[in-house]
Design a protein around this ligand. Sequence first.
Ligand code: ZN
Length: 149
Amino acid sequence: MTELQDLYQELILDHGRRPRNFKALGSANRSAEGYNPLCGDKVKIYVEIDGNTVKDLSFEGSGCAISTASASIMTETLKGKTRAEAEELFQAFHDLVTGRQVRIDAPDLGKLEVFSGVSEFPVRVKCATLSWHTLRAALNDEGEVVSTE
Ligand code: ZN
């Protein structure tokens, strides 16, 4: 393990244990639920959309450290972003965790970089992307439960 991998591991464990924005959001005007049957991860994402801006977001649920940390870091990253920026970040994040080349013009992933190691564990990709798929459903106002299957 390199030092960087250790650091990444630590951040994931930290967010897994003490998730940020882990609550129901009273001001939310969108929400969606997601389920990853492969691992048993469940998540509910709350979003307050103001025009085209993600004004605030939060999540609740239960799952493995990777799914919880991913939701936690996602909520931190997307607060204040536009819908288009959120979608671009999702694309870049998806490329990162599936081991594809992240596009050169992609937005800066910031803390989301810590999930780069997930690409070596294909079964974990769904844990890492569950909250993002669920967020997309919330933004698109699809009222159904998202399943990664
Ligand atoms: Zn999981």
